[in-house]
Design a protein around this ligand. Structure first.
Ligand code: MEV
Length: 323
């Protein structure tokens, strides 16, 4: 049996940081993510390859389960894969290749995309049919087990796809929209520390409650207006709101020189809007490019790791290549 599965990564279009303070945010599943291929074997060997981190290991099933020792060097991403394998029993061994076609640890939800794509492929191999709600729940449980805490945003985006509005009560609501969302993601390849950045914003809020409180209020208005702009297909407004959001993120101290450079380069070459995405302090920017995306991509990619993407409406999916 041979199965291929794909799960999308995500970007935060609006509302990072303010969402921690109960303001709305908008997240978009992107058509870049994690591709998994699993092929059953005639023996009991389980071979795992993760080319992006040069990981390649073989172990043997015992009583249909895999008992494993976690690799300390590449711990982060392989942990998720082993935890998924641990969910199921297998009659035979298999080869599993996890091809991460996005940046790791850059705020794009790579661990969720790995977990969700592996659950999809390996559940089918184990002969178990899971619906999307079950996949999302199991993926979230694994993220919580490994990370200690996890918002449901990344695993939901990887599972269901689409564009999601996270409201003031932290409920996830799908946005109905009918437009293309051509995006460029550029990575400065410096990692921001999400926990420290969230804490630094909290401290600013304590020090300047009225000023920072009103910045959060402005971010709330931006996200609300952006929801409407997406629903009505107003691309001009989406770009302008992204630029406003970027200025406010700068004001609360999560922007950096490198992020600014990428933001302004993309605008210089024609992006309608651009901003950092995720926690900031490094990581990625997104540029909204309904026009001239190739031209903007060519310029950004000369200096920074860059890819083009669009929204992924479908979420996790799999194809059985051989029965
Ligand atoms: C990180 O990707 C987004 C933050 O808003 C933190 C969070 O929502 O957990 C900075």
């Amino acid at each position: 049996m041979k199965i291929k599965a794909f799960a999308p990564g995500k970007v935060i279009l609006f509302g990072e940081h303010s969402v921690v303070h109960k303001k709305p945010a908008i997240a978009v599943a992107i058509n870049r993510g994690v591709e998994v291929e699993v092929t059953s074997r005639d023996d009991d060997i389980v071979r795992i390859d993760v080319p992006l981190v040069n990981y390649s290991e073989s172990s043997e099933l015992t009583d249909k389960k895999l008992f494993f020792e976690l690799d300390s060097q590449n711990k982060m991403i392989t942990d998720y894969i082993y935890e998924v394998i641990n969910l199921f029993e297998f009659d035979n061994g298999f080869n599993l290749t996890v091809d991460i076609k996005m940046y790791l640890g850059a705020g794009l939800g790579s661990s969720a995309a790995v977990t969700v794509s592996c659950i999809k492929a390996l559940s089918l191999l184990a002969g178990i049919k899971l619906n999307k709600d079950q996949i999302a729940r199991q993926a979230r449980d694994i993220e919580i087990k490994i990370q200690g805490a996890a918002s449901p945003i990344d695993t939901s985006m990887s599972t269901y796809g689409g564009i999601i509005y996270i409201d003031e009560k932290s409920q996830l609501n799908r946005i109905d929209f009918d437009m293309d969302l051509p995006l460029i993601v550029s990575n400065c390849e410096i990692s921001g520390n999400t926990g420290k950045l969230v804490e630094s914003v909290r401290q600013k809020y304590v020090k300047y409650p009225e000023i920072v409180g009103n910045i959060f209020n402005a971010m709330q208005l931006i996200a609300r207006n952006a929801k409407e702009a997406l629903e009505t297909g107003n691309s001009e407004l989406i770009g302008e709101l992204m630029n406003l959001n970027q200025g406010l993120l700068d004001s609360i101290g999560v922007n950096t020189v490198e992020l600014s450079d990428m933001v302004y380069l993309s605008r210089k070459y024609g992006a309608k809007g651009s901003k950092l995405t995720g926690s900031g302090g490094g990581g990625c920017i997104i540029a909204y490019c309904p026009e001239n995306i190739d031209y903007i991509y060519d310029h950004l990619s000369q200096k920074y790791a860059t890819f083009k993407c669009e929204q992924s409406d479908e979420g996790v999916n799999a194809t059985i290549i051989e029965k």
